[in-house]
Design a protein around this ligand. Sequence first.
Ligand SMILES: Nc1ncnc2c1ncn2[C@@H]1O[C@H](COP(=O)(O)OP(=O)(O)OP(=O)(O)O)[C@@H](O)[C@H]1O
Ligand SMILES: [Mg+2]
Length: 369
Amino acid sequence: MFSEYSDNLGLIASVLGIFGAGVATHSFLNSRKTDHLKQELEQYKEEIDRLSSNLEAESGATQDSFTQSSEVWLKNNKNPVTFPDYASRKHKYSIPTIVISNLKGGVGKTTVSTNLATTIASKGKRVLFLDLDWQGSATRAFSTLGRLTERRSDIDQVFAETANGILIKSLARTGYDLPQGLSFVPTYKQFAAKENECMIKWLKGSYEFDAHYLLSKALLDPVIHEEYDAIVIDTPPRITTGLVNALTCATHLIIPTILDDISAEAAESYISSIERFKVYNSSLRISKIIGCMTYNGTKLNQTEENARKSIIRRAKSENLQTNTLIANQWIPRRSAIQQAAGNHLAVMRNKEIREIFDNIYQELDLFPQ
Ligand SMILES: Nc1ncnc2c1ncn2[C@@H]1O[C@H](COP(=O)(O)OP(=O)(O)OP(=O)(O)O)[C@@H](O)[C@H]1O
Ligand SMILES: [Mg+2]
Protein backbone atom coordinates (compact mmCIF):
# COMPACT_ATOMS: atom_id res chain seq x y z
CA MET A 1 0.00 0.00 0.00
CA PHE A 2 2.72 2.42 0.95
CA SER A 3 4.80 1.92 -2.18
CA GLU A 4 1.71 2.53 -4.30
CA TYR A 5 1.67 6.12 -3.13
CA SER A 6 5.27 6.77 -2.30
CA ASP A 7 6.03 8.66 -5.52
CA ASN A 8 3.56 11.32 -4.57
CA LEU A 9 4.18 11.32 -0.90
CA GLY A 10 7.92 11.22 -0.74
CA LEU A 11 8.17 14.94 -1.18
CA ILE A 12 7.42 16.26 2.24
CA ALA A 13 8.32 14.58 5.43
CA SER A 14 5.43 15.81 7.49
CA VAL A 15 2.82 14.77 4.96
CA LEU A 16 4.59 11.43 4.66
CA GLY A 17 4.24 11.10 8.41
CA ILE A 18 0.54 11.83 8.33
CA PHE A 19 0.00 9.35 5.53
CA GLY A 20 2.17 6.63 7.00
CA ALA A 21 0.50 6.88 10.37
CA GLY A 22 -2.95 6.80 8.84
CA VAL A 23 -2.39 3.90 6.48
CA ALA A 24 -0.72 1.82 9.14
CA THR A 25 -3.58 2.59 11.48
CA HIS A 26 -6.24 1.60 9.05
CA SER A 27 -4.47 -1.56 7.90
CA PHE A 28 -4.27 -2.73 11.48
CA LEU A 29 -7.88 -1.98 12.13
CA ASN A 30 -8.94 -3.84 9.05
CA SER A 31 -7.20 -6.98 10.19
CA ARG A 32 -8.07 -7.07 13.94
CA LYS A 33 -10.47 -4.73 15.59
CA THR A 34 -9.48 -4.99 19.21
CA ASP A 35 -9.58 -2.43 21.98
CA HIS A 36 -5.83 -2.47 22.02
CA LEU A 37 -5.66 -1.38 18.41
CA LYS A 38 -8.29 1.26 18.94
CA GLN A 39 -6.04 2.68 21.62
CA GLU A 40 -3.25 2.65 19.09
CA LEU A 41 -5.50 4.53 16.68
CA GLU A 42 -5.86 7.29 19.25
CA GLN A 43 -2.08 7.51 19.48
CA TYR A 44 -1.82 7.78 15.71
CA LYS A 45 -4.42 10.52 15.74
CA GLU A 46 -2.29 12.46 18.18
CA GLU A 47 0.70 11.92 15.93
CA ILE A 48 -1.31 13.19 12.97
CA ASP A 49 -2.20 16.33 14.93
CA ARG A 50 1.45 16.85 15.80
CA LEU A 51 2.58 16.40 12.20
CA SER A 52 -0.20 18.64 11.05
CA SER A 53 1.15 21.39 13.29
CA ASN A 54 4.58 20.84 11.76
CA LEU A 55 3.04 21.22 8.36
CA GLU A 56 1.46 24.47 9.44
CA ALA A 57 4.77 25.73 10.77
CA GLU A 58 6.19 25.18 7.31
CA SER A 59 3.57 27.35 5.67
CA GLY A 60 6.02 30.11 4.90
CA ALA A 61 4.48 30.04 1.42
CA THR A 62 7.68 29.35 -0.41
CA GLN A 63 7.16 27.90 -3.82
CA ASP A 64 8.59 24.60 -2.67
CA SER A 65 6.27 24.12 0.24
CA PHE A 66 3.34 24.79 -2.03
CA THR A 67 4.48 22.48 -4.76
CA GLN A 68 5.46 19.70 -2.41
CA SER A 69 2.39 19.58 -0.21
CA SER A 70 0.04 20.07 -3.13
CA GLU A 71 1.53 16.97 -4.77
CA VAL A 72 -0.48 14.85 -2.38
CA TRP A 73 -3.67 16.54 -3.40
CA LEU A 74 -2.86 16.38 -7.09
CA LYS A 75 -2.33 12.64 -6.93
CA ASN A 76 -4.17 10.71 -9.67
CA ASN A 77 -5.41 13.99 -11.04
CA LYS A 78 -5.70 12.88 -14.65
CA ASN A 79 -9.30 11.78 -14.27
CA PRO A 80 -10.72 13.09 -11.04
CA VAL A 81 -13.78 11.17 -9.94
CA THR A 82 -16.68 13.46 -9.20
CA PHE A 83 -19.81 12.38 -7.34
CA PRO A 84 -22.45 10.93 -9.69
CA ASP A 85 -24.67 13.94 -10.53
CA TYR A 86 -21.94 16.59 -10.11
CA ALA A 87 -22.34 18.19 -13.55
CA SER A 88 -26.12 18.51 -13.41
CA ARG A 89 -26.10 19.74 -9.80
CA LYS A 90 -23.41 22.27 -10.63
CA HIS A 91 -25.53 23.54 -13.49
CA LYS A 92 -28.73 23.71 -11.40
CA TYR A 93 -27.62 24.70 -7.92
CA SER A 94 -24.36 26.66 -8.20
CA ILE A 95 -24.40 30.10 -6.53
CA PRO A 96 -21.51 32.63 -6.32
CA THR A 97 -18.95 30.91 -4.13
CA ILE A 98 -16.20 33.33 -3.20
CA VAL A 99 -13.02 31.75 -1.88
CA ILE A 100 -10.42 33.95 -0.20
CA SER A 101 -7.04 32.30 -0.39
CA ASN A 102 -3.28 32.81 -0.34
CA LEU A 103 -0.66 30.42 0.97
CA LYS A 104 1.15 33.29 2.63
CA GLY A 105 0.08 33.78 6.23
CA GLY A 106 -1.06 37.08 7.71
CA VAL A 107 -1.78 38.89 4.45
CA GLY A 108 -5.40 39.83 5.18
CA LYS A 109 -7.45 36.78 4.11
CA THR A 110 -9.68 36.72 7.18
CA THR A 111 -10.02 40.50 7.15
CA VAL A 112 -11.14 40.42 3.53
CA SER A 113 -13.43 37.39 3.88
CA THR A 114 -15.29 38.54 6.99
CA ASN A 115 -15.68 42.16 5.92
CA LEU A 116 -16.59 41.23 2.37
CA ALA A 117 -19.19 38.69 3.54
CA THR A 118 -20.68 41.40 5.75
CA THR A 119 -20.70 43.86 2.85
CA ILE A 120 -22.46 41.37 0.58
CA ALA A 121 -25.05 40.78 3.32
CA SER A 122 -25.50 44.56 3.68
CA LYS A 123 -26.70 44.61 0.05
CA GLY A 124 -29.67 42.46 1.04
CA LYS A 125 -28.07 39.17 0.00
CA ARG A 126 -28.22 36.01 2.11
CA VAL A 127 -24.64 34.93 2.75
CA LEU A 128 -23.36 31.61 4.05
CA PHE A 129 -19.88 31.99 5.55
CA LEU A 130 -17.65 28.94 5.95
CA ASP A 131 -14.43 29.11 7.96
CA LEU A 132 -12.05 26.41 6.71
CA ASP A 133 -9.09 27.46 8.84
CA TRP A 134 -8.97 25.53 12.09
CA GLN A 135 -7.30 28.54 13.70
CA GLY A 136 -10.87 29.85 13.67
CA SER A 137 -10.06 33.57 13.40
CA ALA A 138 -13.18 34.30 11.37
CA THR A 139 -15.21 32.07 13.67
CA ARG A 140 -13.99 34.08 16.60
CA ALA A 141 -15.19 37.39 15.19
CA PHE A 142 -18.55 35.98 14.13
CA SER A 143 -18.96 34.05 17.39
CA THR A 144 -18.52 37.24 19.37
CA LEU A 145 -21.20 38.93 17.27
CA GLY A 146 -23.43 35.85 17.37
CA ARG A 147 -22.86 35.41 21.15
CA LEU A 148 -21.64 31.88 20.69
CA THR A 149 -19.56 31.31 23.82
CA GLU A 150 -18.81 27.64 23.24
CA ARG A 151 -15.86 26.74 20.97
CA ARG A 152 -17.45 24.43 18.40
CA SER A 153 -16.20 22.88 15.18
CA ASP A 154 -19.46 22.17 13.38
CA ILE A 155 -17.68 22.43 10.03
CA ASP A 156 -16.37 18.87 10.66
CA GLN A 157 -19.85 17.52 9.93
CA VAL A 158 -19.86 19.23 6.54
CA PHE A 159 -16.88 17.10 5.43
CA ALA A 160 -18.87 13.86 5.27
CA GLU A 161 -20.19 12.07 2.20
CA THR A 162 -23.70 12.31 3.64
CA ALA A 163 -23.57 16.07 4.33
CA ASN A 164 -26.21 18.08 2.50
CA GLY A 165 -27.95 21.45 2.43
CA ILE A 166 -30.35 20.61 5.26
CA LEU A 167 -27.44 19.73 7.52
CA ILE A 168 -25.54 22.92 6.64
CA LYS A 169 -28.61 25.05 7.23
CA SER A 170 -29.07 23.44 10.64
CA LEU A 171 -25.43 24.16 11.56
CA ALA A 172 -25.34 27.77 10.33
CA ARG A 173 -25.58 30.37 13.08
CA THR A 174 -27.42 33.65 12.71
CA GLY A 175 -28.84 36.40 14.89
CA TYR A 176 -27.85 38.67 17.77
CA ASP A 177 -25.30 41.20 16.47
CA LEU A 178 -24.36 39.21 13.37
CA PRO A 179 -24.97 41.12 10.16
CA GLN A 180 -28.53 40.70 8.96
CA GLY A 181 -28.63 37.97 6.32
CA LEU A 182 -25.30 36.40 7.29
CA SER A 183 -24.97 32.84 8.63
CA PHE A 184 -21.74 31.11 9.57
CA VAL A 185 -20.62 27.62 10.45
CA PRO A 186 -18.12 27.62 13.36
CA THR A 187 -14.71 25.98 13.10
CA TYR A 188 -12.20 25.07 15.75
CA LYS A 189 -8.96 23.15 16.00
CA GLN A 190 -10.67 19.72 15.93
CA PHE A 191 -11.14 20.41 12.23
CA ALA A 192 -7.41 19.71 11.64
CA ALA A 193 -7.89 16.08 12.72
CA LYS A 194 -11.05 15.82 10.62
CA GLU A 195 -9.13 17.06 7.58
CA ASN A 196 -6.39 14.50 8.13
CA GLU A 197 -8.96 11.76 8.51
CA CYS A 198 -10.53 12.73 5.17
CA MET A 199 -7.12 12.81 3.45
CA ILE A 200 -6.14 9.38 4.77
CA LYS A 201 -9.50 7.87 3.84
CA TRP A 202 -9.11 9.27 0.34
CA LEU A 203 -5.52 8.02 -0.04
CA LYS A 204 -6.74 4.58 1.02
CA GLY A 205 -9.38 4.73 -1.71
CA SER A 206 -12.25 4.47 0.77
CA TYR A 207 -14.38 7.18 -0.82
CA GLU A 208 -16.53 6.54 -3.86
CA PHE A 209 -15.43 9.85 -5.34
CA ASP A 210 -12.47 12.22 -4.95
CA ALA A 211 -12.28 13.81 -1.51
CA HIS A 212 -11.79 17.11 -3.37
CA TYR A 213 -15.57 17.09 -3.91
CA LEU A 214 -16.81 16.53 -0.36
CA LEU A 215 -17.73 20.18 0.10
CA SER A 216 -19.07 20.56 -3.44
CA LYS A 217 -21.40 17.63 -2.84
CA ALA A 218 -22.73 19.27 0.32
CA LEU A 219 -23.09 22.74 -1.23
CA LEU A 220 -24.49 21.84 -4.65
CA ASP A 221 -27.87 21.16 -3.14
CA PRO A 222 -31.33 22.62 -3.75
CA VAL A 223 -31.58 23.77 -0.11
CA ILE A 224 -28.40 25.86 -0.41
CA HIS A 225 -29.60 27.25 -3.72
CA GLU A 226 -32.94 28.24 -2.11
CA GLU A 227 -31.60 29.56 1.18
CA TYR A 228 -28.55 31.59 0.18
CA ASP A 229 -27.48 34.05 -2.52
CA ALA A 230 -23.71 33.64 -2.02
CA ILE A 231 -21.15 31.61 -0.12
CA VAL A 232 -17.93 33.16 1.24
CA ILE A 233 -15.12 30.83 2.32
CA ASP A 234 -12.09 31.77 4.41
CA THR A 235 -9.12 29.42 4.01
CA PRO A 236 -5.83 28.69 5.79
CA PRO A 237 -2.36 29.57 4.48
CA ARG A 238 -1.56 25.93 3.69
CA ILE A 239 -2.72 23.12 1.42
CA THR A 240 -5.34 21.25 3.39
CA THR A 241 -8.42 19.15 2.76
CA GLY A 242 -10.40 22.31 3.41
CA LEU A 243 -8.46 24.44 0.94
CA VAL A 244 -8.59 21.97 -1.96
CA ASN A 245 -12.31 21.52 -1.37
CA ALA A 246 -12.80 25.28 -1.36
CA LEU A 247 -10.89 25.60 -4.64
CA THR A 248 -13.04 22.86 -6.15
CA CYS A 249 -16.20 24.81 -5.19
CA ALA A 250 -14.99 28.29 -6.07
CA THR A 251 -16.73 30.42 -8.66
CA HIS A 252 -14.68 33.47 -7.59
CA LEU A 253 -11.17 33.20 -6.18
CA ILE A 254 -9.82 36.26 -4.38
CA ILE A 255 -6.13 36.49 -3.49
CA PRO A 256 -5.37 39.12 -0.86
CA THR A 257 -1.70 40.06 -0.72
CA ILE A 258 0.60 42.55 0.92
CA LEU A 259 2.44 44.48 -1.77
CA ASP A 260 6.03 43.78 -0.78
CA ASP A 261 8.70 41.61 -2.42
CA ILE A 262 8.20 38.47 -0.34
CA SER A 263 4.41 38.55 -0.47
CA ALA A 264 4.40 39.32 -4.19
CA GLU A 265 6.64 36.30 -4.81
CA ALA A 266 4.25 34.08 -2.83
CA ALA A 267 1.25 35.49 -4.69
CA GLU A 268 2.98 34.91 -8.04
CA SER A 269 3.78 31.35 -7.13
CA TYR A 270 0.16 30.80 -6.10
CA ILE A 271 -1.16 32.30 -9.35
CA SER A 272 0.88 29.77 -11.31
CA SER A 273 -0.13 26.88 -9.10
CA ILE A 274 -3.85 27.61 -9.36
CA GLU A 275 -3.64 26.49 -12.97
CA ARG A 276 -2.88 22.97 -11.76
CA PHE A 277 -6.08 22.81 -9.75
CA LYS A 278 -8.25 23.49 -12.76
CA VAL A 279 -8.41 19.78 -13.43
CA TYR A 280 -10.77 19.60 -10.44
CA ASN A 281 -12.71 22.75 -11.23
CA SER A 282 -12.54 23.91 -14.82
CA SER A 283 -14.34 27.15 -13.91
CA LEU A 284 -11.75 28.13 -11.29
CA ARG A 285 -10.71 31.72 -12.05
CA ILE A 286 -8.80 34.32 -10.12
CA SER A 287 -11.41 36.98 -9.78
CA LYS A 288 -9.34 39.65 -8.02
CA ILE A 289 -6.00 40.14 -6.36
CA ILE A 290 -6.42 42.68 -3.57
CA GLY A 291 -3.53 44.73 -2.19
CA CYS A 292 -3.81 44.72 1.61
CA MET A 293 -2.24 46.80 4.38
CA THR A 294 -0.92 49.40 1.97
CA TYR A 295 0.81 52.33 3.59
CA ASN A 296 -1.36 54.92 1.97
CA GLY A 297 -5.04 55.07 1.11
CA THR A 298 -4.69 56.86 -2.19
CA LYS A 299 -1.25 56.14 -3.66
CA LEU A 300 1.00 53.09 -3.67
CA ASN A 301 4.58 53.72 -2.58
CA GLN A 302 7.48 52.61 -4.78
CA THR A 303 7.88 49.16 -3.19
CA GLU A 304 4.15 48.50 -3.48
CA GLU A 305 4.05 49.69 -7.07
CA ASN A 306 6.98 47.41 -7.94
CA ALA A 307 5.23 44.46 -6.29
CA ARG A 308 2.03 45.23 -8.20
CA LYS A 309 3.91 45.32 -11.50
CA SER A 310 5.72 42.10 -10.70
CA ILE A 311 2.41 40.31 -10.00
CA ILE A 312 0.98 41.60 -13.26
CA ARG A 313 4.03 40.33 -15.16
CA ARG A 314 3.53 36.82 -13.74
CA ALA A 315 -0.21 36.89 -14.45
CA LYS A 316 0.54 37.90 -18.05
CA SER A 317 3.01 35.05 -18.39
CA GLU A 318 0.17 32.71 -17.28
CA ASN A 319 -2.01 34.22 -20.02
CA LEU A 320 -4.42 35.77 -17.55
CA GLN A 321 -6.41 38.88 -18.39
CA THR A 322 -4.57 41.46 -16.34
CA ASN A 323 -6.40 44.74 -16.94
CA THR A 324 -8.95 44.13 -14.16
CA LEU A 325 -7.12 41.42 -12.21
CA ILE A 326 -5.70 43.62 -9.48
CA ALA A 327 -8.44 45.47 -7.63
CA ASN A 328 -8.30 49.24 -8.07
CA GLN A 329 -9.39 49.49 -4.49
CA TRP A 330 -6.70 48.39 -2.10
CA ILE A 331 -7.06 48.15 1.66
CA PRO A 332 -4.78 50.54 3.58
CA ARG A 333 -3.42 49.85 7.05
CA ARG A 334 -5.99 51.16 9.47
CA SER A 335 -6.26 50.85 13.22
CA ALA A 336 -10.02 50.32 12.80
CA ILE A 337 -9.22 46.98 11.13
CA GLN A 338 -6.51 46.00 13.57
CA GLN A 339 -8.63 46.80 16.60
CA ALA A 340 -11.62 44.91 15.24
CA ALA A 341 -9.66 41.66 14.73
CA GLY A 342 -11.43 38.74 16.35
CA ASN A 343 -14.07 40.85 18.12
CA HIS A 344 -16.17 42.66 15.58
CA LEU A 345 -15.98 43.81 11.96
CA ALA A 346 -14.53 47.10 10.83
CA VAL A 347 -17.14 47.54 8.08
CA MET A 348 -19.88 47.57 10.72
CA ARG A 349 -18.38 50.49 12.62
CA ASN A 350 -16.15 52.52 10.37
CA LYS A 351 -17.35 54.57 7.41
CA GLU A 352 -14.03 54.63 5.54
CA ILE A 353 -13.66 50.83 5.74
CA ARG A 354 -17.28 50.40 4.69
CA GLU A 355 -16.65 52.52 1.59
CA ILE A 356 -13.51 50.55 0.78
CA PHE A 357 -15.40 47.25 0.90
CA ASP A 358 -18.33 48.73 -1.01
CA ASN A 359 -15.88 49.58 -3.80
CA ILE A 360 -14.44 46.06 -3.72
CA TYR A 361 -17.99 44.67 -3.86
CA GLN A 362 -18.69 46.79 -6.95
CA GLU A 363 -15.49 45.69 -8.64
CA LEU A 364 -16.27 42.02 -8.03
CA ASP A 365 -19.60 42.26 -9.87
CA LEU A 366 -20.85 39.10 -8.18
CA PHE A 367 -24.44 39.37 -9.38
CA PRO A 368 -24.34 40.68 -12.96
CA GLN A 369 -27.79 41.60 -14.26
N1 LIG B 1 -5.70 46.84 6.46
C1 LIG B 1 -5.30 46.47 7.68
N2 LIG B 1 -4.93 47.40 8.60
C2 LIG B 1 -4.53 47.06 9.83
N3 LIG B 1 -4.41 45.80 10.25
C3 LIG B 1 -4.75 44.82 9.38
C4 LIG B 1 -5.21 45.10 8.06
N4 LIG B 1 -5.47 43.94 7.44
C5 LIG B 1 -5.21 42.97 8.33
N5 LIG B 1 -4.77 43.48 9.49
C6 LIG B 1 -4.33 42.75 10.68
O1 LIG B 1 -3.27 41.89 10.30
C7 LIG B 1 -3.41 40.64 10.95
C8 LIG B 1 -3.49 39.54 9.90
O2 LIG B 1 -4.67 39.74 9.14
P1 LIG B 1 -5.61 38.51 8.78
O3 LIG B 1 -5.91 37.70 9.97
O4 LIG B 1 -6.75 39.05 8.02
O5 LIG B 1 -4.63 37.70 7.83
P2 LIG B 1 -4.75 36.21 7.32
O6 LIG B 1 -4.16 36.18 5.96
O7 LIG B 1 -6.14 35.74 7.46
O8 LIG B 1 -3.83 35.44 8.35
P3 LIG B 1 -3.68 33.84 8.48
O9 LIG B 1 -2.84 33.42 7.32
O10 LIG B 1 -3.01 33.64 9.79
O11 LIG B 1 -5.04 33.26 8.43
C9 LIG B 1 -4.66 40.72 11.81
O12 LIG B 1 -4.28 41.07 13.12
C10 LIG B 1 -5.44 41.85 11.19
O13 LIG B 1 -6.26 42.53 12.10
MG1 LIG C 1 -6.90 34.00 8.41
